[in-house]
Design a protein around this ligand. Structure first.
Ligand SMILES: NC(=O)c1ccc[n+]([C@@H]2O[C@H](COP(=O)([O-])OP(=O)(O)OC[C@H]3O[C@@H](n4cnc5c(N)ncnc54)[C@H](O)[C@@H]3O)[C@@H](O)[C@H]2O)c1
Ligand SMILES: O=C(O)C(=O)C[C@]1(C(=O)O)C=C[C@@H](O)C=C1
Length: 367
């Protein structure tokens, strides 16, 4: 039976969800709504959605499923608006916000009217925003948290899970409180640290402008997420402020502990500190997309001249070696560049290495 799925907010996550749902739920008509008309038109042109909603109200009142995919403060306002409409009696409403407690509280406006609201949060994303960053496989193998409360029926949960099958994500149920605490530790607090490291570098840049030039792989890796949407992250911090304030206390103690080890020049404690961190970090699930993206990467030294990328990919194509991603690392802008090729298997990487070395390229593996 045809189902109308309204996606409110056609950015990275809303757009990716639309692409995912279309993968498997073929009887769905994807209807989009966004306050940014340019994003909306773009989503339509890119066929991420099938139709544009004439208005939020019309789109919502005709929908069987509603996804709220806007920054979390905006999500609260959308919920308030939806609560004033005449939605279908069996509509299922969900969201994708990075915080859950405050949204679930607000959603009582909907559940009090007998509508089903199931909080959701796909644990995959990017520092990029907008529908052009949307990807059909963004959530593959990632965790996707659902936070149904006691008002949610088994049938509604089943229907939503069915709709989300195309994401190929691992659905997991948590309470909103548990969610906010856990995600605070592994996503929200690290985001603050990333931004603070960038501020620190900027501060030192005033003393010596070489800071920017020297910022190499490590700094770029640890601060990538500081390039994310400031609106989205402002809202997340304001929503999860209780958990985050608590974590600051731990963090200050942690930093104090590190400072003390350095002050004492305690080599053995410093070594142990890094050993323990490495052990825990190395145990994280590395092969699953969405957790920590992990591919079989091959680095290739390339001279900086036009056409170099097509030359390299051309050699690989001749030997039918497919790459999943390609990126120029901007660490050595002066003479040479480094291409990072991501391959699907160890075997493909070996083949690519042999192929490019036969064409006199220097390659290296950095696992
Ligand atoms: N970016 C990530 O990595 C990530 C991952 C998981 C969940 N999330 C959550 O997903 C949500 C969306 O994030 P995103 O990365 O897709 O952001 P985005 O900036 O790419 O897209 C958000 C879209 O919402 C639209 N919008 C804003 N207010 C609106 C309103 N009142 N009505 C209609 N449209 C509105 C914007 O115009 C924009 O197109 C956020 O709540 C975020 O916390 C983000
Ligand atoms: O990969 C990134 O760029 C992300 O920031 C994704 C990330 C995360 O912290 O892992 C960010 C916020 C979301 O709520 C979920 C995922």
């Amino acid at each position: 039976m045809e189902k109308r799925v309204l996606i409110i907010g056609l950015g990275l996550i809303g757009g990716s969800l639309a692409l995912n749902i279309k993968n498997t739920y073929t009887e769905a008509t994807l209807v989009g709504y966004d306050i940014n008309n340019q994003q909306l038109q773009l989503a339509n042109t890119l066929t991420v959605i099938d139709e544009i909603a004439p208005s939020l109200q019309e789109g919502a009142e005709q929908a069987d499923f509603i996804f709220i995919a806007v920054p979390v403060a905006q999500a609260e306002q959308i919920i308030e608006q939806l609560a004033t409409y005449s939605l279908k009696s069996d509509v299922i409403i969900t969201d994708v916000g990075s915080t859950k407690e405050q949204i679930i509280k607000k959603a009582e406006l909907l559940t009090n009217k007998g509508w089903q609201f199931i909080g959701g949060h796909p644990m995959a994303g990017s520092h990029k925003s907008g529908v052009t960053a949307a990807r059909g496989h963004l959530f593959e193998n990632a965790m996707y948290v659902l936070t149904p409360t006691e008002t949610v029926t088994d049938e509604a949960l089943k229907q939503l899970k069915l709709l989300l099958e195309g994401t190929k994500a691992n659905l997991i149920v948590l309470s909103p409180k548990e969610h906010d605490k856990l995600v605070g530790v592994i996503s929200h607090f690290p985001h603050i640290i990333a931004a603070s490291l960038v501020h620190q570098a900027e501060h030192y840049q005033e003393e010596n402008e070489l800071v920017k030039q020297l910022a190499a792989g490590g700094f770029r890796d640890i601060t990538r997420i500081a390039s994310s949407s400031p609106t989205m992250w402002r809202d997340i911090l304001l929503h999860n402020h209780d958990s985050l304030l608590h974590m600051f206390e731990h963090w200050f103690k942690e930093m104090e502990h590190v400072r003390e080890m350095i002050k004492q020049k305690d080599a053995s404690k410093i070594y142990d500190y890094f050993v323990k961190a490495k052990q825990f970090r190395d145990q994280l699930p590395v092969r699953a997309k969405g957790a920590i993206p992990s591919f079989y990467d091959l680095y290739v030294d390339v001279p900086d001249y036009p056409g170099i990328i097509s030359e390299v990919t051309g050699y690989l194509a001749e030997e039918e070696i497919s790459i999943t991603n390609i990126r120029i690392l901007e660490t050595r802008e002066d003479i040479y560049g480094v291409l990072r090729l991501s391959l699907q298997t160890e075997e493909d990487r070996k083949k690519a290495k042999d192929c490019l070395e036969n064409h006199s390229y220097a390659t290296f593996i950095a696992d």
